[in-house]
Design a protein. Structure first.
Length: 301
């Protein structure tokens, strides 16, 4: 299957410049904030458990498919092999992390996917999925041996190299915005129509977060509103530590972009799509983000 690809350049400020901007946005929502430029740690190690060590080397944002493939009625035939997506983004041996739906054709049910893989010549697949138990409605987190996502996927693709990145710490939420949204809005306010996008990983170090997991079967009725979607989804409060794969762009550039998307996994069997923390006084985040240089919009609905 052939997919349309729209490639565009992103605005790439200096990392040091971003420190003050992100700090300002975070301080409107958190009492304890620290943002600096740092060497990326070895992300193959605990607590990160990623498929490559770094976030640097030709970083790019991939926005694949989209919500119209799910609502109002789902199109499960929309599937995307991550290796092919990397090739379309001109990085065939990429390290890929992010958030998407796992292919229901492979998993047998709807599921949340935490893409975490190196594709190409040195393939390593540490991807996981979260799904809803048919027995008691609990979340099931398991390894996913496939590199096929479905419906939609938002990814950071890079060479997985070490290098300088943004290190972000935030504790004790005092405002209404979640960790990702307040950073994204700070970029939008500063750069206006110049699109700036980050991708990386963060730890929910302490506290709990609200996550959702899609139920196993697509809705029998059209999902015509956000309220319909929320009634169909399954929501959970999940405990730290959570490892969260995260991408966001300051604004939609007219390509029907998903401006932020974060999926989480853990060592204790919990994971899914991140919404916000639910323990503001106790929450603590630690993140490493890289600045992406290009956007690849693939198979825009």
């Amino acid at each position: 299957m052939e997919f349309g690809v729209i490639e565009s350049e992103l605005h790439v400020p200096q990392l040091q410049e971003l420190c003050d901007i992100l700090s300002g946005g975070l301080r409107q929502n958190f009492s304890d904030v620290e943002v600096c430029v740092a060497d990326c740690p070895d992300l193959t190690q605990q607590p990160w458990s990623l498929a490559a060590s770094g976030l640097c080397g030709s970083p790019r944002l991939l926005d694949i498919g989209g919500v119209p493939n799910l609502v109002p009625t789902a199109n499960p035939s929309k599937v995307y092999e991550l290796s092919k997506m990397a090739a379309l983004a001109k990085l065939p041996d990429a390290f890929i992390i992010g958030a998407g739906a796992g292919s229901s054709l492979v998993a047998g049910v709807n599921c949340e996917m935490m893409p975490n893989a190196v594709v190409g010549k040195k393939e390593t697949n540490l991807t996981q999925i979260a799904k809803v138990s048919t027995e008691d409605g609990s979340c099931i987190l398991e390894k996913f041996g496939s590199l096929q996502c479905g419906l939609m996927c938002n990814l950071l693709a890079c060479e997985g190299k070490p290098g300088k990145v943004l290190k972000v710490k935030a504790k004790c939420r005092t405002g209404p915005e979640n960790f990702v949204t307040c950073m994204r809005k700070a970029l939008r306010q500063q750069y206006g129509d110049k699109p700036v996008a980050l991708g990386g990983v963060f730890q929910l170090v302490s506290g709990k977060a609200k996550l959702h997991v899609m139920p196993g079967c697509f809705s029998k009725e059209p999902l015509l509103s956000d309220d319909d979607v929320n009634k169909w989804l399954r929501f959970y409060d999940m405990s730290a530590p959570l490892t969260c794969l995260s991408v966001f762009i300051s604004h939609d550039t007219g390509l029907d972009l998903r401006v932020e998307h974060t999926h989480c996994f853990s060592e204790h069997g919990e994971g899914g799509h991140y919404h916000c923390d639910v323990t503001p006084d106790a929450v603590e985040y630690l993140a490493y983000y890289t600045l992406t240089e290009k956007l690849f919009r693939i198979d825009k609905p």
